[in-house]
Ligand binder design. Sequence first.
Ligand code: SAM
Length: 212
Amino acid sequence: MRLRNIKGSKEMVANSEFVIQEPKQYKGKWHSLFGNQNPIHIEIGMGKGKFIMEQAIRNPNINYIGIEKYSSVLLRALQKREECELENLYFIRYDAEYINDIFDVEEIERIYLNFSDPWPKERHAKRRLTSKEFLNRYHHFLKKDGLVVFKTDNRELFDFSVEEVKEAGWKMKDITYDLHKSEYFDGNIMTEYEEKFVAEGKPIHRFTIYRN
Ligand code: SAM
């Protein structure tokens, strides 16, 4: 998702108390930002932030970091964030390709990937957030018993991801090709994209993966 450039969005993101401006400085020290030792969950490509904000509200004992590449999109999340009194949620405007520069070994307990951009051209496969290249990056900073949870409406991207997971040596559980009609639906939080696709009658695919 790339919203049209919104005038002033860069400045608003740069001045927000909820956006970590120099995330590299927190590498290995993210718990100090939250002032506790609670687990840290991240969402990569969070878009307008509905999912991660609802997670943060439901789970005050978990710390959340939402990562989004574009200021124009992150701004939408910020507008919602400002209406909530939450101490467990921060945002980063950042390209996840360089995610190993901001998180250290075993720092993160869970990664959410929701409706990630499909990058349909084969030559762009490495940009998909579930490619082997990205899975190897996640392996570096995910805790040993940590999880990556991925959902999408895109069957091609899902099938590609299942193959990449095997090749990269991860294990899979709780796979479903129709989340909303499955035993795993309980507790599901819908993202902005999910609401749109579900309204169109599309099934949602989801898997959870881990290393050990
Ligand atoms: N997760 C949201 C949802 O489900 O409603 C948004 C889905 S949207 C299709 C994908 C989002 O991921 C976009 O906002 C895009 O800017 C962001 N994104 C794509 N590649 C990224 C990257 N390498 N690093 C950070 N964000 C990225």
